[in-house]
Design a protein around this ligand. Structure first.
Ligand SMILES: O=P(O)(O)OC[C@H]1O[C@@H](O)[C@H](O)[C@@H](O)[C@@H]1O
Length: 312
């Protein structure tokens, strides 16, 4: 029997409920500690907030929640390429040709299928998967048998695991990201810790390679790919006196993005001043950290998110 409640009822916690947000079918999870909202389209986390705390994840005030379009905010899944396909390693580019090749791959705006939902004590586990590659128009050019699923576990932290299984008979190369938009008190009051001492690609200056000397304070448009990273990055937010912890697995690369003033004006579903309230730190497999899978092999990109008091 499904654990999902189709009705509006006062919940026993934890509780999973289906709701509609404009055109999108969503799953709303409530536990004693937190609320989580996930759109079946794109398996996109839309909201994650602990009761009595500021949201951990940012959602645009201008988000459209439309069928076929990724929602601005939350945690979009970028797969099987990240960003502009033409900037990807040749072995990734060569698997895709012709047609419309959108930024960040093919699965952000398509319906995913809910495969599992389970309440275990105080925690909730959901698994969503893309439809078989041969059945989805967007994925039809991929070899049949490639599987992608996102496991979402909410306990006292939020854990996401994105697993690709190459059930095809061909070698598969891909890049990907869990494109997390974090909520911040003010971009002027945050520092990203854990990048210092590591290489990055400055995409805004001819994709030049640089080294991050110290913890990053974002003070202009920022769009960088960091490489050879340790698992843990943190966002210290002095305005909200908290530190968001981002613990990656199956990944040594991350993208840090804030559009700042003028790019904000050109972005869809994005208020002109919203750049001050968000910061993307995206857990990724990009550039030389791409994923290569022989037939039968699988890879899991994971991230665990939580926050602590800044002093703690
Ligand atoms: O507007 P989109 O397709 O959601 O992309 C948003 C941003 O996503 C980031 O991951 C990229 O590094 C940026 O270059 C890009 O602008």
């Amino acid at each position: 029997m499904s654990l999902i409640d189709e009705q509006e009822v006062p919940p026993d916690l934890p509780h999973i409920q289906r709701i509609e947000v404009n055109q999108l079918q969503c799953l709303r999870v409530q536990t004693a500690r937190a609320e989580l909202l996930i759109a079946e389209q794109g398996a996109q986390v839309l909201r994650y907030q602990e009761h009595g705390q500021e949201p951990l994840i940012w959602m645009s005030e201008e988000a459209a929640f439309e069928a076929g379009n990724s929602v601005r905010g939350g945690i979009p899944v970028c797969w099987p390429w990240f960003g502009d396909l033409m900037r990807n390693p040749p072995q990734v580019q060569s698997l895709h040709s012709g047609g419309r090749l959108p930024a960040h791959g093919l699965v952000r705006g398509i319906p995913w299928l809910l495969m599992e939902n389970a309440i275990e004590g105080d925690s909730v586990r959901l698994v969503l998967a893309i439809p078989p590659t041969s059945e989805s128009p967007a994925l039809r050019h991929l070899p049949p048998g490639i599987e992608l699923r996102l496991e979402i576990l909410l306990d006292d932290r939020l854990h996401l695991k994105l697993t690709t299984r190459n059930g095809s008979e061909q070698h598969l190369a891909l890049t990907q990201a869990l494109h997390s938009y974090f909520a911040v008190s003010s971009i002027h009051d945050v520092t990203i810790e854990g990048l210092e001492g590591h290489r990055y690609i400055e995409t805004l200056e001819g994709w030049a390679e640089r080294e991050q000397k110290r913890a990053l304070v974002v003070s202009s448009e920022t769009d960088r790919i960091y490489l050879d990273l340790p698992p843990r990055l943190s966002i210290r937010d002095d305005g909200w006196n908290r530190r968001i912890q981002i613990e990656a697995s199956g990944s040594t690369s991350a993208v840090v993005w804030n559009p700042w003033v003028s790019k904000a004006r050109r972005l869809s579903q994005f208020a002109d001043d919203a750049w001050q309230r968000m910061l993307c730190v995206e857990t990724a497999n990009v550039m030389e950290d791409l994923v290569e899978l022989e037939p039968g092999a699988e890879h899991t990109l994971g991230v665990t998110l939580w926050s602590e008091k800044a002093g703690g």
